[in-house]
Ligand binder design. Sequence first.
Ligand code: PBG
Length: 348
Amino acid sequence: MPSSTDPSAAGVAGHPGTAGAPGFPARRMRRLRRTPALRRLVAETRLSVDDLVAPLFVREAIDDPVAIGSLPGHHQHTLRSLVAEAQRLASLGVPALVLFGVPERKDPTGSGAWDPGGVVQRALGELRSALGDQMVLVTDLCLDEYTDHGHCGVLAADGTVDNDATLALYQRVALAQASAGADLVAPSGMMDGQVAAIRAALDGAGRQSVGIMAYAAKYASALYGPFREAVDVSIASGGDRRGYQQDPSNRREALAEVALDVAEGADLVMVKPALSYLDVIADVARAVDVPVAAYHVSGEYAMVKAAAERGWIDGPAVALEQLTAVKRAGADLILTYFAAEVAEVLGG
Ligand code: PBG
C-alpha cells in the first residue's frame, strides 16, 4: 500500500481515482516495478522447472559420449551416459525428457526405428529401470534418423515421401516404443493421419495408456540445422522437408493441423519452432483444450550460445527471457536444450 512516506505516492498525480494534474501522468505504472518482491508478486507469467522437457540423444555402438559441436553442452550419449544425464535432470527436478536415437546403420525404410533391439528401445528399458516413474519418457517418433536418404518417411518411386506407406511404419515404431516403456510417443514426421494411425495401433495392442504428444504445427524451418548434426542426418540430393512440413508463411493453417491432430486423438499438441512462431502458439493455446507444448529448437539454442560465447549477449539471461516469452504466448510446456541450465537457475 502506498503510504505518505512512500515516494511513489508523493506529489499531485498518480493516486488511483484522482486525475493527474496537467502535464503529470495520471497512473504511475512504475509503482509495481519498484522492488523484486513487488515484481514477483504481480508477474503474469512464471517459468517453472515443471514446464521443461529435455531433449537427449543416444547413439548406438559408441564407447564414450560424443560432444555435439553445434549444440554446446550436449552429447550423443552412450546408454550409460544417457542414464547418468537423465538422473542429473531428475535430480534438478526436470519432469520429462524426449529421446532421439542415432543408429549405427541406416536403410531405405529406417528399420532401426522399430527394431525391438534398436537404440531407443534399449535406452527406454535402461531409463525405466534407473528412474522408475520419476521422469516422463517421451520418444520422438520419426524415421529420418534411421533412413539412408534422411527423409521422415519411405519414398515412392517418384522420390516423394509416400504418406500412407509411412503411416504403417509409424505404427510399428509406436508399438516398439510403447513396448519398451515410452509414456508418450511424439510423432514428428508431419504425415497426414499419423496421429489416428498411431492411436489405432496402440489401442489395438492394448496400449491405451500410452499418450501422443503430436508435433502438430511443425514448420519447415532452417532452425533445425544443428539438430541434423546431432543425429547425423543429411537429406539426400539437397532435398528438404517442404513437401510435408508447414510453410513458415502460414498462420491459419496451423489451426487446421492442430484441429486434425486433436480430433485424431492427440493428448498434447506442439508448435515448433517456438520463438519465430509465438503468434501460432498464442492462436493454438486459445483454440484447444489439450496442453500446448512448444519446441525451442536446436537453432534457437545455438544462436544464444554462439552470441554468448562472443560476449555479445548475456546467454543465461537471454535464455530465460526467451523461454518466458514462449510461456507468455501460451505454451504450457517447453522442449528446450536449456532445460538443465534453466533448472539449475530456477531451482527444483
Ligand atoms: C524429426 C525431428 C526434427 C527435430 C525434431 N524431430 C528434425 C527435422 O524435422 O528435420 C528438430 C529439433 C531441433 O531442431 O531441435 N525427427
